[in-house]
Design a protein. Structure first.
Length: 93
């Protein structure tokens, strides 16, 4: 089983942190002596720390930057559509 300390900086990964979590797109943005700082990109950017020796439930795959950008753009398009729908509903009230 892979651990968070095995992730490479400036590389994108699809991971599942635990059995109950969704698969998420992350990258390692900082590494300290004991921890790593990760950025999760979907559904919204969020940074979080994990211990280097903490196991990753499932490392689905390493993805290239182009694929990561495609995933982000798909989600961003969906978010814009949702925001426009909510604004239209608000105008009717």
């Amino acid at each position: 089983m892979a651990s968070f300390g095995e992730l490479k900086p400036n590389t994108y990964y699809l991971i599942q942190v635990d059995a109950d979590s969704d698969i998420e797109l992350v990258s390692l943005i900082l590494q300290t002596k004991e921890t790593v700082l990760l950025r999760s990109y979907l559904p919204a950017a969020e940074d979080f720390f994990k211990y280097q020796d903490e196991p990753i439930f499932k490392l689905v795959e390493e993805v290239d930057e182009e694929t990561a950008e495609q995933l982000e753009s798909l989600y961003q398009a969906q978010t814009v559509e949702t925001e426009e729908y909510v604004e239209e509903e608000g105008e009717e009230e």
